[in-house]
Design a protein around this ligand. Sequence first.
Ligand SMILES: Nc1nc2c(ncn2[C@@H]2O[C@H](COP(=O)(O)OP(=O)(O)O)[C@@H](O)[C@H]2O)c(=O)[nH]1
Ligand SMILES: [Mg+2]
Length: 218
Amino acid sequence: MARIDLVTGLLDANSVMAQRNKDVFKENKNYVINLMGVPGCGKTTVLERVIAALKEKVTIGVVEGDLYTTKDAERINGYGIATVQINTVGECHLDAATVGKACLDLSLKDIDLLVIENIGNLVCPAEFELGEDVKVLVLSVAEGNDKPWKYPLMFRKANIIIVNKMDLISYTDFDIEQFKTDMKEINPEAEVWPVSARTGAGIRELTEWLYTRVKRIA
Ligand SMILES: Nc1nc2c(ncn2[C@@H]2O[C@H](COP(=O)(O)OP(=O)(O)O)[C@@H](O)[C@H]2O)c(=O)[nH]1
Ligand SMILES: [Mg+2]
């Protein structure tokens, strides 16, 4: 019983901070993505593709969540993008207060698109709002068709699901049509974008969609 109260309290406190972040993002006209998915699904690689496609058109900022290292932030910095690193030191998700604090190191008023790469995990990040406009989940074809059913909260909360590593699909038993059918049941509102961050297939459609969204509020 005590554990349940503690968890509820934590989530309530997080919601207050998430709303505060939302207000700040709105004031600064930032379109904010919470980028989620398991370790290795391709979050950073997809982000690199998006940056390469959009960095001349919109100003991008990135918050990189990682357990211990700065490896992803170094990759993103290589593109000349303002990046802040959060090391959670074992925590399996980012929370709104930590993100709000990290954003103090970014010039939000100059940023159109802010991407927050969350900790690789299909469980906890789904529960913690960060003040984002959109939750983007990356699922790679190597993860299997059972994942929406095994992690329903994440798949219910995601607004966009990027099915990545389509270049590898013939080596797996992943069935994209079955996935779309499952998603119609679990979360019919979610948009499904099959891409390969390796070959670039599907990336143009994704970035065009994103560009329209960013422009709408910038
Ligand atoms: N074949 C293939 N490999 C990919 C693709 N996207 C990412 N990878 C590889 O998957 C690994 C993990 O990618 P990364 O972006 O670091 O994943 P993250 O942990 O989710 O950020 C790296 O070796 C990438 O080169 C893809 O579309 N196809
Ligand atoms: Mg990464």
